[in-house]
Design a protein around this ligand. Sequence first.
Ligand code: NAD
Length: 295
Amino acid sequence: MSKIAFIGLGNMGGPMALNLVKGGHDLTVHDLVPASIQAATAAGARAAASAREAVAGAEVVISMLPASQHVEKLYLGDGLLQAIDAAALVIECSTIAPDSARKVAAAAQARGIAMIDAPVSGGTGGAVAGTLTFIVGGDAAALERGRPILEKMGKNIFHAGAAGAGQVAKICNNMLLGILMAGTSEALALGVANGLDPAVLSDIIAKSSGRNWATELYNPWPGVMPQAPASKEYAGGFGTDLMLKDLGLAAEAALSTRSATPLGELARNLYALHSGAGHGKLDFSSIVKLYQAKR
Ligand code: NAD
């Protein structure tokens, strides 16, 4: 049993923290939104009034925040690294810019603190079920220290390379996911406009060569999959603005290496239009609304 501080209890961090409590760990949690803390404290975690209070005496610190600026502000701007025990391990699970991950890891290392970037894949369903994929960057020895804890929240753990490499792999994955969700939406809308039932078409694609994560687990059309955000008015899940952030990170990575990512850029523009239309807080599968707009 480890003494763990968990910071950021949103759609992903909330259920991840619950799995650690269920796994017998001693958890102290913190989020800026008090209501987000309730499920964790009801399950037996201790609430901390600040991130500094949460990390006091922690052997492991886990963070699950929205974006690079939140992570840099927490660890560097607010100086949280100064409050973390030098013997502790920091596991940063947010999806952020590889350069931000490297910057914070270097500052941690300067204090003798081991840190890995460990962004996740698998969505809120995977976070609840404890079946996430962790894509880790950093020292192999630090990953081995964190592995028993990651195993309580996920079932696949990959070591992508040095600090920041987990983020690079995650950004590539999410660029593809953004493209696939938009493409799946486009195909379903085309079928429906031509008289097909979206559930029948989804069944056909799920067993044919166009199948993908969206048709198997996360269908964007309302009513096709009762457990998917599409059937819950796109509440919870993975926000459109978070997908837009990830496609922006992919664009930055492409610019810095002069890589061509025409489909990733097109997808980024589609999600930007969708967010601009006021849908930024809805799950990203609501991109299907762009295609359902009345002609
Ligand atoms: P979210 O917006 O639901 O949760 C983020 C939480 O962080 C919020 O509860 C917020 O109050 C809290 N927070 C922000 N700043 C804080 C601070 N300084 N101290 C304490 N708490 C703070 O986001 P999410 O969907 O849980 O995603 C978190 C990260 O995981 C993002 O980087 C996202 O891209 C990534 N991700 C999300 C999914 C998904 O399906 N939702 C899947 C994979 C990866």
